[in-house]
Write a protein that binds this ligand. Structure first.
Ligand code: ATP
Length: 354
C-alpha cells in the first residue's frame, strides 16, 4: 500500500482536505495517509509552524498532499511555503489551468500550464529596509562603485537570476511538454528592461530551446503575455516564467478558468513532490463549510498521475468534470445565483459521479 503525507493546513485547509480524502478513498485506491500538522495548528501542538516531523514524513514518503498554510506573523518564518520548497528543493511550481465545461468564464477551450521557477528571483528575500544602516551603506557603495543614484528614502529588493536555476527550470518545462505531448513552450521575460537578470534568463532559455527542436518555442515579454492571456488564452500552451511573474501569471490563469477554487498545483523537485491548491487559507470563509474543495481534489488528481495511477486520476478528474458540466451542485465561488453547495455536498456529488 502506498503511503503519502497529508498536511491539512489551516483556514479552509482542513475542510477541503477532508473532502479530498473522501473522494480519493472512494476510488478504492487504498492510499495510506500519514497526517501531519503545519501552520497554525502546529504552533499550538509543537510551538513551530513547520515541525521537523513534517519534513521527515515527506522525505520518507517522497510525496505530500498539502492544504493551504498561513504563516503566522512573529514566528521567525518568512513563509512556511517558501521554507518547505527550500528544504525539499522543490524547484518547479506547476499549475495546470483547464477550463471545464459548465464553469463560468469569458473564454472557451483553455488548457494551459504555468511552470514557475521556485527558488530565486525577488523571492530570495535579499532586502534592504528604507532608512536602515545597511541601506545607507548599499546606497553609498552603488554611488561610489557604479555611479548609481538611489533615492535617499528608497528600500531595495534584489533579484538574482542564475544560469543554473534557469537551465533547470527550462529543461523541466521542455521535458514536461515532451512527456505530456504539448505543442509549445512560451518563455516570459522582461529582458529589455532587466538585461542582467531577465536578459540572462532569456539568453539561457534560447540556448536550451536549441536542444528541444521537437517542441515549439517562443519567447515573449511578460506584459505582452498578459495581453495574450486576456485576449486569446486558448492559443497558449506551456508557459515558463521566473518566480515573481510566475506567481502573478498563475493567479491570472486561475481567474481565466473559474477562479482560485478550481486551480490545482504541484511543487516538484528531483526527489520530492508536494501537491497543493493555488489558493491560500481564505480565513474569511474558514469553518463555514463554504470552501470549494475542487482545487484541492484536482491537486490530488495530479498526485495520482505522479504516483502512476492514471486510471484513478482520470476517474476523479472526469467525475469533477461531470459535476461541473451538470451544474446542479456548485460551491459559492462559482454559483450563478442558485443556492451554493457546501464543501461536503460538492465532495458527495463527485463521489456519486465516480
Ligand atoms: P495567500 O496569500 O496565502 O495566497 P490570499 O490572501 O491571496 O492567500 P486566498 O486565501 O488564496 O488569498 O483567497 C482569496 C479569497 O478567494 C479568499 O478570501 C476567498 O474568499 C476566496 N477563495 C480562495 N480559495 C477559495 C476556495 N477554495 N473556495 C472558495 N473561495 C475561495
Amino acid at each position: 500500500m502506498r503511503t503519502v503525507t497529508l498536511i491539512p493546513g489551516d483556514g479552509i485547509g482542513p475542510e477541503v482536505s477532508e473532502a479530498t480524502r473522501k473522494v480519493i478513498d472512494a476510488t478504492g485506491i487504498g492510499l495510506e495517509w500519514e497526517i501531519h500538522q503545519a501552520g497554525l495548528p502546529a504552533i499550538e501542538t509543537h510551538g513551530n509552524p513547520l515541525p521537523d516531523a513534517v519534513l521527515e514524513s515527506i522525505r520518507r514518503n517522497k510525496v505530500a498532499l498539502k492544504g493551504p498554510v498561513t504563516t503566522p506573523i512573529g514566528t521567525g518564518f518568512r513563509s512556511i511555503n517558501v521554507a518547505l520548497r527550500r528544504e525539499l528543493d522543490l524547484f518547479a511550481s506547476v499549475r495546470p489551468c483547464v477550463l471545464y465545461p459548465g464553469v463560468p468564464s469569458h473564454h472557451e477551450g483553455i488548457d494551459l500550464v504555468v511552470v514557475r521557477e521556485n527558488t530565486e528571483d525577488l523571492y530570495e528575500g535579499i532586502e534592504f529596509e528604507e532608512g536602515s544602516k545597511e541601506m545607507q551603506k548599499l546606497r553609498g557603495h552603488l554611488k561610489y562603485m557604479h555611479g548609481f543614484d538611489i533615492a535617499a528614502d528608497a528600500g531595495v529588493s534584489i533579484k538574482p537570476i542564475s544560469v543554473s536555476a534557469t537551465e533547470t527550470i527550462v529543461r523541466f518545462a521542455f521535458d514536461y511538454a515532451l512527456r505530456r505531448k504539448r505543442r509549445r513552450v512560451t518563455l516570459g521575460h522582461k529582458a529589455n528592461i532587466m538585461k542582467f537578470s531577465d536578459g540572462l534568463w532569456l539568453e539561457t532559455g534560447l540556448r536550451m530551446a536549441e536542444q528541444y527542436r521537437a517542441v515549439g518555442f517562443e519567447e515573449m515579454q511578460v506584459d505582452e503575455l498578459a495581453m495574450w492571456l486576456a485576449h486569446a488564452p486558448e492559443e497558449l500552451d506551456v508557459l515558463v516564467l521566473p518566480n515573481l511573474y510566475g506567481d502573478i501569471i498563475s493567479d491570472l490563469c486561475a481567474g481565466l478558468v473559474g477562479g482560485l477554487g478550481l486551480a490545482p498545483g504541484m511543487n516538484l523537485g528531483a526527489d520530492y513532490a508536494v501537491f497543493e491548491p493555488t489558493h491560500g487559507s481564505a480565513p474569511d470563509i474558514a469553518g463555514q463549510g463554504k470552501a470549494n474543495p475542487i482545487a484541492m481534489i484536482l491537486s490530488a488528481v495530479l498526485m495520482l498521475r505522479h504516483l502512476e495511477r492514471p486510471s484513478e486520476a482520470n476517474a476523479v478528474e472526469q467525475a469533477v468534470a461531470r459535476v461541473l458540466a451538470k451544474g446542479e451542485v456548485r460551491p459559492g465561488d462559482i454559483a450563478r445565483g442558485e443556492e451554493p453547495a457546501t464543501t461536503q455536498q460538492v465532495a458527495d456529488a463527485i463521489v456519486d459521479a465516480l
